[in-house]
Design a protein around this ligand. Structure first.
Ligand code: FAD
Length: 420
């Protein structure tokens, strides 16, 4: 059985950054298993620019951003096994893998980094009435068809969901000559970044219909059109508000789901709030030596934050491999309070925090002129004011270790609204 010090599952931006960080910490025996034919993950199909502003202070395309890391993987001589799918992982860190060149094999690792990314929520998970005609795609599938295969899936398009992929595809389909009739969003706010609403919808005159949804799909063999209706505050369609849009293509951009099938078989505890592993401050799961980072842990807005997080996962895995003792004591629970959907990490071993700890989360709604407050036992340990907090932007706060000195029990992260 081949044995590795560190196995990284997934060669997207998270997997590559984690591998680079671990190698720079002196770990020699690393491998990246990637099921695709090249490194880069989802970035390979994102040919628009806007990547890397934080990391490289430049606006790169997805493939350019990926190349910055794949070059480092190559320069550092980190072995990559492409076309290699990890089929199973157990709590002893044994992995079943399969590849075209080596066939089926079991390998063993001292530490594992989960970096499998996420997948899009498909139509079956949305419960829309109507037949299953040709012409309905997730936005990411359409993106791959257009950008990688050179195939434009349709001419008249409606997009359901205003996540970033949907917004990017509204512009992309327009540039390919299609007519995008509307982007329809159930919530009263967009789940995509403001810059994407401006650059991908407003600049092309594409209407964004907030508090609306698709209630019917017409067409049996091929899509003929969709019926859109307004929804009330309980997201129930309002009778009499229906509007019919003839179209041959419906793109779905209704959320991403972290890919945690392998985590589950290994016995990794998952958070019901993120659908990703529950981790501590070192991004370690409940299984010693198994770490997680990137979109498999929680869905990120910007790839720069994926790389930064993966860098920490790689460094922490390296320390584990070099024999750093397990975190001492009982962890402090990190809880989402008012206005906060989840936190990563969900627990902290305070003694193991180096200088500071990152807490990442998303808010549950749009909060203007509000503050983020972090408290423990009624005492405030952190506060940050903001002009506006929106669910589409991941929040990242950094708390210094000295602020955590007197903390015990739980830490609560909440939004405090401005007085009206
Ligand atoms: C359409 C779209 C547009 C975006 N636009 C922007 C933008 O403008 N700016 C920005 O900063 N960010 C953007 N992002 C976000 C950014 O691309 C992601 O945050 C980032 O790619 C996540 O990295 P990851 O490594 O966690 O996951 P991924 O990139 O998904 O990589 C995961 C990798 O794991 C592999 N894998 C999964 N399971 C297995 C297995 N069992 N065995 C072997 N390999 C496996 C997959 O093949 C994949 O290569 C966009 C994302 C999308 C989808």
């Amino acid at each position: 059985m081949r044995e590795f010090e560190l196995v990284i599952i997934g060669g997207g931006p998270a997997g590559m950054a984690a591998a680079v960080a671990a190698r720079k910490q002196g770990i020699g025996n690393i491998v990246i298993f990637e099921r695709g034919d090249e490194l880069g993950g989802i970035l390979n199909q994102c040919i628009h620019n806007g990547f890397g502003l934080h990391t490289f202070k430049e606006e790169l395309t997805g493939p350019e951003y990926a190349e910055r890391y794949s070059d480092q993987v190559k320069e550092l001589g980190i072995p990559v096994e492409l076309g290699t799918m990890v089929l199973d992982l157990n709590a002893d860190k044994e992995l079943s893998i399969i590849s075209r060149t080596r066939g089926a094999e079991t390998v063993k690792a001292k530490a594992v980094i989960l970096a499998m990314g996420c997948r899009e929520r498909p139509r079956g998970a949305l419960g829309i009435a109507g037949f299953r005609p040709q012409g309905i795609y997730t936005a990411g599938t359409a993106q791959k068809l257009v950008n990688c295969e050179g195939v434009v899936p349709g001419k008249e398009v409606v997009i359901l969901g205003s996540g970033d992929i949907g917004l990017i595809m509204a512009r992309r389909m327009t540039l390919e000559g299609a007519k995008v009739k509307a982007v329809v969003e159930l919530m009263p706010y967009s789940s995509g970044l403001k810059r994407n609403i401006v650059q991908c919808l407003d600049d092309y005159g594409i209407p964004l219909m907030l508090s609306h949804t698709v209630v019917d799909i017409k067409g049996k063999e091929k899509l003929e059109g969709v019926t859109v209706a307004a929804v009330d505050e309980k997201n129930t369609p309002i009778p009499g508000t229906e509007e019919y849009f003839p179209c041959d293509t419906l793109l779905l951009s209704c959320g991403l789901i972290p890919e945690n099938e392998l985590s589950k078989t290994a016995g990794v505890e998952l958070s019901p709030l993120t659908n990703g592993p529950s981790v501590d401050e070192s991004l370690e799961t409940n299984i010693e030596g198994v770490f997680a980072c990137g979109n498999v842990l929680h869905v990120h807005d910007l790839v720069d934050f994926v790389s930064e997080e993966a860098n920490r996962a790689g460094e922490n895995a390296a320390e584990y491999i070099k024999g750093k003792p397990a975190s001492p004591g009982v962890p402090v629970e990190v809880k989402p309070g008012f206005g906060v959907r989840y936190t990563v990490p969900s627990k902290l071993y305070i003694e193991s925090v180096n200088d500071s700890v990152h807490i990442r989360f998303r808010v549950t709604g749009v909060f203007k002129g509000a503050a983020i407050a972090v408290t423990s036992g009624g005492e405030e340990i952190f506060r940050k004011r903001g002009r506006i907090f929106v669910p589409s932007e991941m929040q990242d706060i950094v708390i210094k270790k000295d602020k955590l000195a007197d903390v015990s029990g739980t830490i609560e992260v909440k939004v405090e609204e401005a007085a009206k």
